[in-house]
Design a protein around this ligand. Structure first.
Ligand SMILES: [Zn+2]
Length: 82
């Protein structure tokens, strides 16, 4: 649940319904990916998405279709976004 302060770590206040200030969700995402995986390619490879491995686009489409069937794409967590 949102706590009233930005979850990126900047310490600034947010509205009651937001986890992050505008674009701070992307900063947090980018920083975490860089620290843990070295970048997007490293993130993908860590999860098996390499040119000779799994196909992210196909897996995402399968996931999206399954999520739509069960209504998972309209949950409050997803709708709240960043
Ligand atoms: Zn922030």
């Amino acid at each position: 649940m949102p706590t009233g302060s930005c979850w990126c770590g900047c310490g600034n206040p947010t509205t009651r319904r937001s986890f992050f200030l505008a674009i701070h969700d992307r900063k947090a995402e980018s920083r975490l990916i860089r620290m843990r995986y070295g970048g997007i390619a490293g993130l993908r490879a860590a999860h098996g998405y390499t040119p000779s491995g799994k196909n992210l686009q196909k897996d995402f489409e399968r996931w999206r279709q399954a999520a739509e069937r069960v209504g998972a794409l309209t949950t409050p967590a997803t709708a709240a976004g960043g």
